[in-house]
Structures are given as C-alpha cells and as structure tokens.
Design a protein around this ligand. Structure first.
Ligand SMILES: Cc1cc2nc3c(=O)[nH]c(=O)nc-3n(C[C@H](O)[C@H](O)[C@H](O)COP(=O)(O)O)c2cc1C
Length: 414
C-alpha cells in the first residue's frame, strides 16, 4: 500500500512533499508552523487576516491604536463608511510579517500566504491589491486566494514583476467555481499554479450552504480532475477538508490529486497560534460539540466548537480599531444585529447577540474556535498528561505522521 511519501507535488520546477498546511486566520497558522512545513519539504501558509493586528502583536507597530485614535469620533455612529484602512500601514504590516517569516525559512519547501478575499476592509479592491503586492514584494513564495474568490483578483497584480514567477493558487469548492475563475482570469493569460479543492468538512468558512452535509470531497475532486482532463489543463489539484490520516491523504494522491491541504491536525501543534487552553478545548471536543452555524458576518457558514466564548457575546462593534469585514459601503452584518439588540433592550449595560458575531474582535482574541469536522478525533492523536490534559504535539510529529503512516494508523508521540 502506498503512503504519502511515495508521491511528490510538482509546482513548476520544484518538487515537494505533497503536504500543504492550510492557512488559519488570525495567526493560528503562525510563521513557526508554516516554517516547519517548509523545513520538512512541504508547503506552509501564513495568513494575512487582520494583518495590522498581527503586526502590532509581533512587530511592535501601533496600527490598531492609531486607527482607533483617528476614527474615535465615529465609534457610536452606525455608519462606518468613513473608517478606512491606511494603505501605507497595510503595506507595512504585510511586509513586516512576510519578510520576518521568509528570513527564517530553511529547507526545500515553500511558504505561501493565505489571502481571504472576504476581508473586504471597506475598500475591497484597493486593500486586496496592497496585500498581494506587498506579500510579493517581501518575497513570499506564493499566494493562495481564499474565501470569496473575487474573479478579478489576478488582474489586480498582473503588472507586478513577480506575477508570473510567484506561485498563485485558488481555493474552490466546486467545479463550477473553478470554471468561472478560469474564464474570468483568461484575460491575464495566467493559469493558477494549483487549485485547492475544499470540501464540506474543512475548518473556517465553508464554500457551501447549510446543506454542506450533502456534499462529498472525493466526488468534487473527481469532477474537478475530469474537467481539467477534458480541457487539457495541467493544474495540480489539492483536496482539503477531513483528510485526517496519511492513508486518507494517500488515497487522494492515488486518485490523481497532486497534494493534500490539511489543517485540523495542526491546531494542536506547539507551533500553532491558538492559546494553550484553546488547544485543550480542541482535544476535548466530541462530535456533538462541533457545529456549522451562520454567525459569521461574511454570510458564509462557519464551523466551530459550540462552547466558543464569542458565540452570543454582544460586544460593541469595534470597526474603528479593526473593521476588516466592512464591505465596500462600510457595512457589516454584525453592526445591524448589535444595534437591533441595543434598541430592543434600552438601558441594558450589555446585550446578547446570537445571530451574528463580531468576528474581528473574537478572532483576534481567539474566542471563536473554528475547527474542522474531525476535530473530535484529535484526542486519539496524542497521550494524556498526568494532570489529565492532552499532550500538545510538535508540527514535525504531525507532518511526518501524514508523510509516512499507513493502514489508517496515527503515531502517538513518545
Ligand atoms: C482553525 C482553522 C482556521 C482556518 N482558517 C482559515 C483561513 O483563515 N483561511 C482559509 O482559507 N482557510 C482556513 N481554514 C481552512 C484550512 O486552511 C483547510 O483548508 C481545511 O481546514 C482543511 O481541512 P482539515 O482541517 O479537515 O484538515 C481554517 C481551518 C481551521 C481548522
């Protein structure tokens, strides 16, 4: 029986271990985690979600404070349209994060950045262009366009000197989304270098409706492979979502996938950015503790642990400081929900808001525990400590388990 290490992911001239660690926003997929994947010969992702916040935390900038000071006058105003990101600071934050990461890169693998197009930042095109260009300037190996797929995104960087040499990939959840993207970006004469096909069991936002359970990754991957074959297009296909063991991964590779993208297994890695207590919640979660709900203001269903402290929390929107989800007109679905509850409870010091969440604040504070469907199996990937807690794993241990294991086995740590 074949194992993952019997295969290689070819991206241009580069040959890689066919394991990609997916981007996990707001610094859950840290530089340390991505760098381990690259050191071991695979592909890691950092994420540019809430990059100014990440930059403040890691590189001692003061972007959030400065933005809040500038727009403080607007805090009680329902209309957030004046609250704009400073493009120079956005560029700086992206550059700092990418440069600091790439300066530490070792080994034969690659580091990409996950760029979620749904972070519309009250000026979708302008901010996305700056985010992508700054990452390319700072030497990122590649960009994975996720969550949103504005069909014109390649066009935003077509004049960049690295447009043809950097790896550019997209995440889709259907053959239809891929067809649309290829049609729309044909003008740039630039195919994606890889296509991540994300199925309904993934973590984060889903590219499906609430009927996600009716879809199946293997079927969608087969459709995508068939379509590319029919069109004589040679684009590596990388399935993602619910690939929990090396054997699961090897099965996709045998069926024609070029690599796999995985994330959930790495949420309990030492290098993962989640706080230690949150990692224990991921270990402890049972299947019944995991839900897909519609509280993300993006409009996409999102999977998370039901006990996430951010669910139901009625914090005042903090768009003057953050504002990453403001659409092109300064609107976010959470603001309307929050204002509705405030109006319904006059005089209340704190309200509860259940239909939407302030995703910026809660992702920043690691209070929405988004996760893959198979999170409940994480407890079977480690040992218990004497105090009953679960032993956190090294990224290297998890990566090598994917790479070398067979027969659905999962290696426990020493
Ligand atoms: C905690 C967590 C956060 C995630 N955040 C993002 C994200 O910011 N952007 C994105 O494109 N995908 C995100 N994902 C999806 C992963 O990159 C990946 O494609 C998917 O989870 C793979 O499936 P698996 O978790 O079952 O291995 C996230 C997944 C997890 C578990």
């Amino acid at each position: 029986m074949k194992r993952v290490d019997d295969f290689r992911l070819r991206l241009g001239k580069q040959e890689l271990v066919p394991i990609m660690i997916g981007g996990m926003g707001v610094d859950i997929s840290t530089a340390d985690l991505a760098l381990e994947a690259a050191r071991l010969g695979g592909v890691g992702h950092i994420s540019d979600a809430m990059i100014n916040t990440v930059s403040d935390r890691r590189y001692e900038t003061k972007h959030v404070k400065e933005k809040l000071a500038l727009y403080k006058y607007n805090v009680l105003n329902e209309d957030k349209s004046p609250v704009k990101f400073d493009l120079g600071r956005l560029e700086e934050a992206t550059r700092l994060h990418v440069e600091a990461t790439m300066a530490r890169k070792q080994g034969g693998g690659m580091v990409f950045i996950n760029c979620m197009e749904k972070l519309t930042m009250n000026a979708p095109k302008e901010t996305l262009k700056v985010r992508m260009s700054a990452a390319l300037d700072a030497g990122i190996d590649g960009i994975t366009l996720a969550a949103g797929l504005h069909l014109g995104s390649f066009g935003l960087i077509e004049d960049h000197p690295r447009f043809r040499d950097a790896k550019l990939g997209i995440i889709v959840s259907s053959v239809r989304a891929l067809q649309l993207f290829l049609k729309k970006s044909a003008r740039t004469n630039r195919m994606p270098d890889y296509v991540v096909v994300e199925g309904p069991l993934a973590g984060g936002h889903l590219g499906f409706g609430m009927d996600w359970a009716q879809y199946d990754l293997a079927t969608i991957v087969a459709e995508v492979l068939q379509y590319l074959k029919d069109e004589h297009l040679d684009i590596p296909v990388i399935p993602a979502g619910g690939i929990f063991t090396g054997t699961d991964a090897a099965q996709f590779l045998e069926a024609g996938a070029a690599g796999v993208q995985v994330a959930t297994r790495f949420t309990v890695a030492e290098e993962c950015g989640l706080p230690a207590e949150a990692k224990q919640e991921y270990f402890k979660a049972s299947e019944a503790d995991i839900e897909v709900n519609q509280i993300s203001p993006t409009g996409y269903p999102m999977r998370m642990i039901k006990s996430s402290p951010g669910i139901g929390d009625g914090i005042r929107p903090n768009c003057e400081a953050y504002g990453y989800l403001l659409d092109a007109n300064g609107k976010c679905a959470y603001i309307s929900s929050y204002n509705r509850e405030v109006a319904a409870h006059p005089g209340a010091r704190k309200v509860k808001v259940f239909d939407k969440t302030c995703l910026c604040t809660h992702m920043r504070n690691f209070e929405i525990w988004t996760c893959g469907q198979l999170t409940w199996r994480l407890k079977d990937t480690t040992r218990r400590n004497e105090d009953g807690s679960y032993q956190v794993l090294s990224a290297e241990h998890i990566f090598k388990d994917y790479q070398f294991s067979t027969d659905q086995q999962i290696a426990l740590p020493d």
